[in-house]
Design a protein around this ligand. Structure first.
Ligand SMILES: Nc1ncnc2c1ncn2[C@@H]1O[C@H](COP(=O)(O)OP(=O)(O)OP(=O)(O)O)[C@@H](O)[C@H]1O
Ligand SMILES: [Mg+2]
Length: 228
């Protein structure tokens, strides 16, 4: 479980986050909505430990991120899959290599095991024959799928998605929304989804929050069962 406690972040005299607190319990996906430029990406990166807050703390299963020693932070990195806004794939690498980045960085797996896992991921994201392509050969939706596959590589318990469906056609939107729901229900992934897409937000999230003017507010609790 993740607890976010009184997080503040300014850039110069621009106050972006002004005391943010909420929790993500196990097997739960929290959705964060909010206008553009309001600090959603900054918040998500702070929770994942990619940006430091000015004050406040993030706790993973009760352990404060800012108290962790480098080894613990390294371990935590493996526990979090991050799907970046705009996918952030490496242009010079193939789909296969992009998906394998975390495996290369964090494991000593033998070639066979690596191949097996990447093949499995290609199946999960529905791109079994696209492993040789490079980002320039992919549609926006496929790039998102590869970004999701990359986040999933080490089977982390937490998945953070930054705008996973933005700019996609309705079919791709529902495909990605369904994947996120599958990860939640079948693989028990917890996490946070930042989105502007209210329809997908309502399907995915057990709690919805609005981030605005540096503050976060719960906007409703949606019974999951209602949408299944
Ligand atoms: N490294 C930085 N230095 C200075 N300002 C920054 C930095 N990163 C973000 N900001 C500012 O912080 C604010 C929040 O940015 P952020 O990217 O989190 O917004 P967002 O809610 O994700 O927007 P969008 O919906 O467009 O993705 C913006 O005003 C942005 O310009
Ligand atoms: Mg953003």
């Amino acid at each position: 479980m993740i607890r976010i406690h009184e997080v503040h972040k300014n850039f110069g005299n621009h106050i972006v986050l002004n005391g943010i607190s909420f929790e993500v319990t196990d097997n739960e996906i929290v959705v964060i909505l909010g206008p553009s430029g309001t600090g959603k990406t900054v918040l998500l990166k702070i929770i994942a430990g990619l940006i430091k807050p000015d004050s406040g703390s993030i706790f993973f299963d009760g352990k404060a991120l800012d108290q962790m020693v480098p080894d613990e932070i390294y371990e935590l990195r493996k526990q979090i899959g991050f799907v970046f806004q705009g996918s952030a794939l490496f242009d010079s690498l193939t789909v296969y290599e992009n998906i394998g980045i975390a495996i290369e960085e964090h494991t000593n797996w033998k070639r066979g095991k690596k191949q097996e896992r990447i093949k499995q991921i290609l199946e999960i994201i529905g791109m079994p024959n696209k492993h040789r392509l490079r980002p320039k050969d992919l549609s926006g939706g496929m790039m998102k799928l590869v970004g999701i596959g990359r986040a999933l590589a080490l089977d982390p318990p937490y998945l953070f998605y930054d705008e996973p469906t933005v700019g996609l056609d309705p079919i791709m939107k529902s495909r990605i929304t369904e994947l996120i729901i599958t990860f939640r229900d079948r693989y028990q992934k917890s996490g946070i989804v930042v989105t502007h897409d209210l329809e997908s937000a309502q399907l995915i999230g057990s709690k919805l929050y609005m981030l605005k003017s540096g503050k976060i507010q719960k906007i409703s609790t949606i019974a999951k069962e209602k949408y299944e």
